[in-house]
Design a protein around this ligand. Sequence first.
Ligand code: NAD
Ligand code: TYD
Length: 339
Amino acid sequence: MTIIVTGGAGFIGSNFIFHMMKAHPEYRIVCLDKLTYAGNLSTLKEVLDKPGFRFVKADICNREAVYRLFEEEHPDVVVNFAAESHVDRSIEDPSVFLQTNIIGTSVLMDACRKYGITRYHQVSTDEVYGDLPLDRPDLFFTEETPLHTSSPYSSSKAGADLLVMAYHRTFGLPVTISRCSNNYGPYQFPEKLIPLMIANCLADKPLPVYGEGLNVRDWLYVEDHCRAIDLIIHEGHVGEVYNVGGHNEMRNIDIVKLICAELSKPESLITHVTDRKGHDLRYAIDPAKIHGELGWVPEMKFQDGIKKTIDWYLTHRDWWEEIISGEYQDYYQKMYGNR
Ligand code: NAD
Ligand code: TYD
């Protein structure tokens, strides 16, 4: 079995590659990644020389490069993680989100149609459902919840999902989609909430909480997400969407306080800053379908997962200090300088 993993030099894609190479050592894994600011080849250093692994630097929007790779590798399965993934950046400049997340998805699926595959899997997000009110804890996103997006990021992901379902219906492409809640764990780029707060805590820098910090996210350890995708590509039903989430809702402010406590830093570092435009209030996944059909349950408890994640950032300072030393400083100044 040959699997093309796009976006495999990013956070979830790299964790998925590690998971698959351990769980299915007989598979050939080909990572296709453009290495944008969010992709880092050093993340993959432990697998780069392994037989059965190949890295190819290319843009999923580059039809010629994508078709060439399909001709060389004859993949059975494509798992598409490649995306622009940060909501704040999509508010600054939506265009690259539309290009990669929508056009890139269509190029990959065109290649799948042309060369034939057994499965195209689209890694999507719970953000395509929009948000839930804070005062209705009884409500959850199911696979039937209408798409109702808030940000250019989530709109581009919803656009891609619609296209995936259209390729299934119109061309009979064997597709599946997973819509996951917020992931955390090793190798997450420090622009996202948890690693940003860890890095700032360690530098005794202010911890920029948007608004009051009362927005709620449903957190899932990245390895649990990777196991879910592994299950879906093997046992999931073609044409189906699977929600993936951990019933682990937390307010942002509580996460930040927890990180302060774990690192023995004072809560006085917390700085409330101007809220994100269009900020989604609450995400909450109902994972009953993937549990009932495929037997998936999250294994990592948040109390353990967050400790493991903090430990990872403490022991891999070279990985993220390198990242935040360059272009990231300009990004940080632009986003947080006058907030
Ligand atoms: P990430 O930003 O860490 O990584 C994205 C990767 O895609 C990078 O390696 C980047 O170089 C690559 N990439 C970007 N544009 C590309 C292009 N045009 N061609 C080829 N490669 C390109 O993202 P992530 O957090 O690992 O998210 C992976 C996927 O999971 C995304 O599709 C995202 O929408 C989805 N998702 C993420 C979360 C989360 O909490 N992080 C939750 C649900 C779904
Ligand atoms: P983020 O990690 O960007 O993920 P998403 O927006 O996709 O859920 O943000 C998680 C939550 O944390 C979100 O409600 C916004 C908030 N947040 C802050 O309060 N401060 C920050 O500096 C960042 C990056 C996020």
